[in-house]
Design a protein around this ligand. Structure first.
Ligand code: DGJ
Length: 372
């Protein structure tokens, strides 16, 4: 496939190819998310460097803007890493999957991200929050924490409120490999009740009523939490639910279509791709019903070598949603590629199928299937 030159305008999406910004540079916004504000799309993501060091935060969160989703302008670094070694977001920490939402009441842009403290591997499992006056930043880091300390989920079981036995505590050391096949039996929720729940891969979702939700892989990644934010979106409200226990959902992307809540997520296999999952619910706090792998066709078992990061509606087009995924390059992080595909429908099931090149016309030509 011919790649557009620096000056040539692209009017299609070419998943997995080199995606040039207005300077002819490959877009650097991995694990990204999309915000639409006053006629412009803003794409936020992890700024990566060459090599494996690029998997740690050396620069910060990058933001790009676009009016049409094809041409992207580099708007620079929205949130910079800190050069203070005592800062939670010091250079060398891990900042993943940043997402930004706009709060209509406070008129602030609020960014949440998955934060791991420098040189601590993935043990911290925290959520980070930053705030800004403009979509392109600069964002100011506010705090990082484990969500929902001292709060039980709306669907807590009586058994989960019982004290954790010392025997159970000593049976596992954290991390998937050390846990039993069904980690739910060791009550990681109860273990983390006091200090807050682990929060790794994450996303944000704003509902029609303005309530916002933080969706995060918790309990050693084994279980997904959906947690309502405070009205100013700066912290958690303490109202949350836990879903898909023992399913190890990562890269969860929540969206609303046809009045229902949908989720596309992945399994948990590091930088390696795996089969995606999808689910539907009438209420955000469930019950959630799994609908299977939304990907179809060749390489659907590895989601076309990608992992979900976000699903967003195309403004002005009915029932038009774009799946955003990352084709990670763990060994050379900056070379990660973007897999964007239209969400199609087969009855109530969202479907994604490979297209080497496509454009927004698919949403008017009817290729995106029948509505649920
Ligand atoms: C998979 C996650 O989805 C990514 O965001 C990242 O945390 C990698 N694991 C790290 O191995």
């Amino acid at each position: 496939m011919n790649k557009p030159s620096k000056t040539e305008k692209s009017e299609s999406f070419q998943p997995g190819e080199f995606w040039k910004d207005n300077n002819g540079v490959h877009i650097n916004a991995h694990g990204g998310g999309m915000l639409f504000f006053e006629g412009t799309y803003y794409w936020f993501g992890e700024h990566k460097l060459e090599g494996t060091i690029g998997n740690t935060a050396q620069v910060g969160v990058h933001v790009y803007s676009s009016k049409d989703l094809y041409q992207w302008n580099d708007e620079g670094i929205a949130l910079s890493v800190s050069h203070d070694p005592h800062s939670d977001i010091t250079k060398g920490s891990v900042i993943e999957r940043p997402k930004v939402i706009y709060n209509h009441k406070t008129k602030k842009f609020v960014m949440w991200f998955h934060l791991e403290l420098k040189d601590k591997g993935y043990d911290a499992a925290r959520a980070g929050v930053a705030v800004g006056d403009n979509p392109t930043g600069p964002f100011t880091f506010l705090k990082s924490f484990r969500p929902n300390a001292g709060h039980w989920p709306v669907n807590v079981l009586a058994s989960q409120k019982l004290p954790i036995s010392e025997t159970v505590k000593s049976q596992y050391c954290g991390g998937k490999g050390c846990l039993p096949d069904h980690p739910d039996i060791v009550n990681l929720l109860g273990r983390d009740f006091k200090g807050g729940q682990m929060s790794r891969d994450m996303n944000l979702f704003v509902d029609d009523d303005g309530k916002a939700y933080h969706i995060y892989s918790s309990e050693e990644n084994s279980t997904l939490h959906i947690s309502q934010l405070s009205d100013d979106y700066l912290t958690c409200s303490g109202i949350y639910g836990r879903f898909f226990a023992d399913r190890y959902m990562e890269g969860a992307a929540l969206f609303k279509a046809h009045g229902k809540y949908y989720l596309i997520a992945s399994d948990c296999t590091g930088w390696e791709p795996n089969a995606a999952r999808s689910a539907v619910a009438d209420s955000i706090f469930g019950p959630w019903r799994e609908l299977g792998n939304p990907a179809i066709g060749p390489h659907s078992e590895v989601t076309f070598f990608s992992q979900s990061t976000f699903v967003f509606p195309v403004v002005g087009k009915k029932d038009a949603f774009i799946f955003m995924g990352d084709r990670w390059r763990g060994e050379n992080a900056i070379d990660g590629r973007y897999i964007w595909l239209p969400v199609e429908w087969e009855g109530e099931r969202p479907r994604i199928q490979w297209a080497a090149e496509w454009d927004l016309g698919v949403f008017t030509s009817g290729r995106n299937g029948t509505s649920a």
